[in-house]
Design a protein around this ligand. Structure first.
Ligand code: AMP
Ligand code: MG
Length: 482
């Protein structure tokens, strides 16, 4: 018996057969547990304490299945850099849906688990570095309060995989509210037509938006709810300096979680054009373009729903268009309310947006570190290197006057500390930890994960983790599909 507490109920496998292919993980040569998230396991009601490392490695390496697992590869399509493609889980399998004691349903997925019917020419495998990277960043995102998939384990496969160079292979165990993507709807529309979309939409309503299932127009309500969650999500990304890097429609979860950590990274110096991904040469998925791209992706989602929105296709297009156009304002509202919190504002004034945007312009001009500047402001100060700058001090005075108009007793700094983290996963510290792990030393990964815990707390023990790399002007590049 591997682990206690599994309660599988595999609802996705009850959808029409074209949505998935039964597909067990491909066993690996010598599975070895590299890291395991005991805290997450406990929060899911799973207890692996009595399991040996070997048992866990066999399970999360894909060599054995627990009772109730029913591995499938999910079919989906997607617009990748605006080009439509049929995809599907080419290197992942959904082991099953675990239902927790408080009735939360989560996907248990292995990523890097071998070839599937959707692998095209890929080997179905993943490398240790990128899987640990997803583990670190997703757990950091969770700590920061950004909706995200979680990481339960990374298991080395004991096999070499071939990219530009030979690399150690590994498998990530990912926990997600679901893996239903905008691309899954595109697949349903393209492959199965309106009835396929209807069955997926009904399933999605039941799984993620049960309160809307009885609405007058449930499919419009679904569209609006997905728009709302994406707007809230992208606002959080921007407010914390996150760049996803590959916002293709197959990487957009309708649950509203951040999903598919490839070439993502957090920005150091504030620059709206920040891009990390080596393949994003046009800057399509740059930091500040993320809201527009989300809206573009949501338009692809709306298109799949058109036949369900109205039997008159003209009317359906109008309904869809209106909903999509609403995204900008919803996003702005989330963003501005988040910015007010970052600036310690508990009341609303018309000039607040301008105050925030002016600060961002100054930061961009000065190349100021996004995270550290807001954290310094949370202590009431500008960072020392900017305090003598006349434009910053003028802004600072304006902000102080604005704070002065708040009700007596408002603790602006307290609000700010809850919205401006002390720590983000700094790129050079992530790279350093991954390099050590690839060389066989996992300790720096544990130290980094520990530093990333409670990111809004003021802790004295994470000094070395708070600053960007001293090697300024060294562009950071990330890679996906590895
Ligand atoms: P991603 O860039 O990770 O979002 O992946 C895009 C698509 O490529 C998905 O359908 C993946 O399943 C597939 N894919 C990525 N890497 C591999 C691989 N090594 N073998 C097979 N399919 C892959
Ligand atoms: Mg993907």
């Amino acid at each position: 018996m591997t682990g206690k507490g599994w309660r599988f109920d595999n609802s996705y496998a009850r959808l029409p057969a074209a949505f998935f292919a039964a597909c067990p993980p491909v066993p690996v040569a010598a599975p070895r547990l590299v890291i395991f998230n005991h805290e997450l396991a406990h929060s899911l009601g799973l207890d692996f304490d009595a399991c040996s490392q070997e048992e866990l490695a066999a399970l999360f390496g894909g060599n054995v299945l627990a009772e109730g697992m029913m591995p499938i590869a999910q079919a989906y399509a997607g617009h990748q850099f605006a080009h439509f493609t049929m995809l599907g889980d080419g290197r992942a399998v959904l082991l099953g849906e675990h239902v927790t004691a408080d009735s939360a349903r989560v996907d248990i997925q292995l990523k890097g688990s071998g070839q599937t019917p959707f692998s095209r020419r890929g080997d179905g495998r993943a490398a240790l570095g990128p899987m640990l990277r997803e583990y670190i960043i997703s757990e950091a995102m969770h700590g920061l309060g950004i909706p995200t998939t979680r990481s339960l384990a990374v298991t080395a496969s004991g096999e070499t995989i071939w990219r530009e160079a030979p690399l150690p292979g590994a498998i990530l165990t990912r926990i997600a509210a679901s893996h239903i993507r905008v691309g899954t709807f595109e697949y349903a529309a393209g492959r199965m037509g309106p009835e396929g979309v209807r069955s997926l939409a009904d399933y999605t309503l039941q799984r993620h938006y049960p309160e809307l299932a009885g609405a007058d127009q449930p499919y419009l309500a679904l569209l609006q709810a997905v728009i709302d969650r994406q707007a809230a999500l992208i606002a959080k990304w921007l407010l914390l300096g996150f760049v996803h890097g590959v916002m293709n429609t197959d990487n957009v979860a309708v649950s509203g979680e951040t999903i598919d950590y490839g070439p993502c990274a957090f920005m150091d110096a504030y620059d709206p054009s920040t891009v990390f991904s080596s393949i994003d040469r046009q800057g399509r998925y740059a930091y500040a373009r993320q809201p527009d791209i989300a809206q573009w992706n949501l338009a692809r989602f709306a298109e799949t729903l058109l036949p369900l929105l109205d039997s008159d296709s003209q009317k359906a297009v109008e309904i869809g268009r209106t909903a999509i156009e609403g995204f900008s304002e919803i996003f702005q509202t989330y963003w501005l309310s988040g910015m007010r919190a970052k600036l310690g504002l508990s009341t609303e004034e018309a000039e607040d947006k301008n105050l925030a945007e002016e600060l961002l312009v100054l930061m961009q001009y000065a190349g100021a570190d996004f995270t550290n500047l807001f954290r310094a402001l949370s202590r009431g100060n500008l960072p020392v290197e900017l305090a003598r700058d006349e434009t910053f001090s003028a802004w600072h005075r304006r902000w102080q006057i604005r704070l002065g108009r708040q009700p007596q007793g408002t603790d602006a700094h307290e609000i700010m500390r809850r919205h401006n983290p002390e720590i983000i996963p700094r790129n050079h510290r992530v790279e350093e930890a991954l390099a050590a792990a690839e060389a066989g030393d996992i300790e720096p990964v544990h130290l980094l994960l520990d530093a990333l815990r409670d990111p809004y707390a003021t802790r004295g023990d994470r000094q070395g983790y708070l600053d960007p790399s001293v090697e300024k002007n060294m562009p950071y590049q990330t890679f996906c599909g590895t």
